[in-house]
Design a protein around this ligand. Structure first.
Ligand code: HEC
Length: 104
């Protein structure tokens, strides 16, 4: 199960690369990279749009969440940039903004 998810994750990251040249929207980046874990709550990831899961995280402040998304959270499955090093800082931040907006 976990392995299949990671393979799917790598395949989708490849897809994102294929669209390089056009700046991905927050939704596209979320779908291509972050949804693998954040749609279903894999490994304890706060689910997209789950207000109860996001409330305590949003309280940490935007900068703390940007920092976790950009640099990862040590000891968790949340890797730097969701494991997709080619994302730009702006792309990652735009997804965090989207996650915070949907989690409020
Ligand atoms: C491999 C699975 C996985 C992927 C892919 C992933 N995340 Fe996460 N994410 C997690 C997990 C697990 C947590 C919860 C970590 C914890 O606090 O225990 C998390 C937590 C977070 C948090 C909250 C951090 C905090 O400090 O509370 C943010 C923001 C976040 N992810 C953003 C993203 C973004 C943006 C992407 C895509 C670029 C992404 N994640 C991709 C697994 C993932």
């Amino acid at each position: 199960m976990k392995k299949a998810l990671y393979i799917g994750f790598i395949a989708m990251t490849g897809l994102l690369g294929a669209t390089a040249g056009h700046a991905a929207t927050a939704e596209e980046t979320y779908k291509a990279v972050c949804s693998v874990c954040h749609d279903a709550g894999v490994a304890g990831a706060p689910k997209f749009g789950d207000k109860a899961a996001w409330a305590p995280r949003i309280q940490q402040g935007k900068d703390a969440l940007y920092n976790s998304a950009l640099n990862g959270k040590p000891g968790t499955a949340m890797m730097a940039k969701g494991g997709s090093a080619k994302l730009t800082e702006a792309e990652v931040k735009s997804v965090v903004d989207l996650m915070m907006a949907k989690g409020k």
